[in-house]
Structures are given as C-alpha cells and as structure tokens.
Design a protein around this ligand. Structure first.
Ligand code: GDP
Ligand code: CA
Length: 323
C-alpha cells in the first residue's frame, strides 16, 4: 500500500512518526510505502545557507535525532556558531541556527550549489538516516510565505518567530507562486497513492501553502485514492502553534468543522473525502457530513510517545471505509 501525506513541520512530524509506528516502525518489514510531501513556504536563505524548517522537522523526528520538547531542531544542540554570527552582527539574531542543524543546512546548500534540485538534495540528506519514509518538498521552486503587516512585509518565519505572530497580519502572500510548479516526484506520489492523508498541520501556512502550489489541487482532484485529513484544531484550539492566528487572518473560525468547510469536499471541487476530528468535536460531525465530507471523531492529541499510531490508524481506517 502506498500512503502519501501532505505535511507541515511540527504537526506533520508528529503525525508521520505515528503513521510509521502504525505500519510497523522504521526498519520493520514495511507494510506500506510512506511518502511525505512537505511544505516549503517557511524556507529561507539565512547567513548564506538554505534553511527548510518543515522538511528538517520531519527528517529529524523520523531519524530520532529531533528535540522532542521544542518540536524543532536537533536534540543535544549547541549554538557556538550562532554566537559568533551574533558577535559579527550578521544574520537574524532572533532565529537561532544550532551547530548540528547548520551541518544540515551547509550540506543542503552545497548540494544545491552543485546543481541538485531541492528534491534531490532532500533525498541525499534523508539517505543518511533510517527514516522509513520518503521525504519530498512539494516543489523545487522557491515560494516563501510573506506576511503583509501594517509595518511592512515580513518573511513568515520573521513574523512567527520574532514577533510571535503578535504583529497584526493583513494577509499571507506566497511569493513566486505563479512561476512555481508541483515537483514531478510529488505529483507522482499523489497520483500513485492508495491513500492520501493531510496531516494535522497549520491549515493556512502549511497545508494552505502546499495546495496553493500550481498542480497540487489538480493532482488531488484526479487522484484515484481517497483523501482524508486529520484536524489540527481540537475543541476550538490549535495546539502547539499559532494556527488559530493564521486562520483569523484568512477569516476562518478556529473550529474543526470550519476548517473542513474551508478545505471543502473533493466531490465539490475541494480537497477532502474524509475528515477525522477530535472526540471533543464529535458535535460537529453532522455539520461536516452536511458539507459532503465523511467524518469520524477520535482522540487526536499527539504527544511524544503517545497515541500517534492510533491517530494514524484511525485516519487509515476512515480512508479504507471511503475506498
Ligand atoms: P509547523 O510547520 O511547525 O507550524 O507545524 P504544522 O503546520 O505541521 O502543524 C502545526 C499545527 O499542528 C498546530 O498549529 C496545531 O493546529 C496542530 N497540532 C499540534 N499539535 C497537535 C496535536 O497534538 N494534535 C492535533 N490534532 N493537532 C496538533
Ligand atoms: Ca512550518
């Protein structure tokens, strides 16, 4: 069985871990082929190196070398290089690049400079680890998310990390979107999947960015597989992250049914055949079904070492029911 997951960073990484566990672990006999198609809207060039926060969060989590408490970066990290950069007054002082993390960015940048695509560079980095999944950027093009605020336009990561999303945002802009294109590998991964899953990731700047890339909606529309999403909103709250703030910017309530309606039913030109909501949101099942989306309520809290495998298994079971 082929499972393709569209994912952002933290929610994406936690869900990917659960999915791999549900299917038998990193180096067990793979019951299924997992491909993760990751958001690249947060990517940036910093101090001369290409940083891909969401790809790296997923890679580190699956490799077992991520900082599970912070949810991003490497475990056992040091910041000696960052301290030197600060002393030189170079870089973005509010965005820390750890030493181990910098190794990843340097390696990726070298591969890109040698002419590799981001897809190829990502495969080279991933080959070092036993991920038990294939990791793909949704596109090889650069499509950074910009945030239009009253004080000018910021890169998404600057708005998110430096202002903690406190600076009111008017809108998000995917810079370079028109010229971008879904990668061949990501298109194939969606077209050949038996199941397509949307991780419980930020609906605006992770999943929203992915499906905004030209070619992604077409690929989902024509995919023979059922498309099932996992709600990132539990009882009106976005856990660990500022999805609620992002939803507010685009005028969508932070509510499991509202996000489902925003994604829309696939048979009505939207994204979803099925939507897994948290047990706390069982009251919304009727409203979601009324939009033409099959829905079920299950526990959706993803904690490290927690019930992630069950969440993934429940998403697969809903997909199976729709196949
Ligand atoms: P980012 O790229 O690091 O912001 O991560 P993602 O876009 O993948 O996911 C961030 C979102 O995941 C958060 O804003 C939450 O809405 C959602 N999320 C975080 N933890 C959980 C959890 O335990 N369960 C569920 N269902 N969603 C979660
Ligand atoms: Ca992200």
């Amino acid at each position: 069985m082929r499972i393709t997951v569209l994912a952002g960073g933290v929610g994406g990484a936690r869900f990917a871990l659960g999915l791999r566990e549900a299917l038998g672990g990193p180096s067990g006999v793979p019951a299924a082929e997992i491909t993760i198609v990751a958001n690249i809207g947060d990517d940036m060039w910093l101090s001369g190196v290409k940083v891909c926060p969401d790809l790296d969060s997923i890679m580190y989590a699956l490799a077992g070398v991520g900082d599970t408490e912070r949810g991003w970066g490497r475990a056992g990290e040091s910041e000696r290089v960052a301290a030197e950069l600060t002393a030189y007054g170079v870089g973005w002082p509010w965005f820390t690049l750890g030493d181990l993390d910098l190794g990843t960015h340097l390696a990726r940048t070298e591969l890109l400079r040698e002419g590799a695509t981001l897809t190829e560079a990502t495969a080279r980095l991933a080959a070092r680890w036993d991920l038990g999944a294939r990791l793909l950027p949704v596109t090889d093009d650069e499509v950074p998310t910009h945030v239009v605020t009253g004080e000018g336009v910021l890169h998404f990561e600057e708005w998110w990390v430096r202002t903690r999303a406190q600076l009111p945002a008017h809108r998000f802009v995917q810079h370079g979107l028109e010229r971008s294109r879904i990668s061949h590998a990501a298109r194939e991964a969606i077209a050949s999947a038996d199941v397509v899953l949307l991780a419980p990731s930020n609906p605006v700047v992770s999943i929203g960015t992915i499906v905004g890339i030209p070619g992604v909606r077409d690929a989902l529309e024509t995919a023979p597989a059922p498309v099932v999403g996992v709600s990132p909103i539990i009882a009106g709250r976005a856990l660990r992250g500022m999805a609620a703030t992002c939803l507010e910017v685009i005028g969508v309530e932070p509510d499991a049914a509202a996000v489902a309606a925003h994604y829309g039913a696939r048979r009505a030109g939207g994204l979803l055949d099925g939507w897994l909501v948290a047990e706390e949101d069982a009251g919304s099942l009727g409203a979601i079904e009324a939009h033409g989306i099959a829905a079920e309520a299950r526990p959706l809290l993803l904690t490290p070492g927690g019930p992630g495998a069950q969440v993934a298994a429940d998403a697969l079971a809903l997909a199976e029911r729709l196949r």
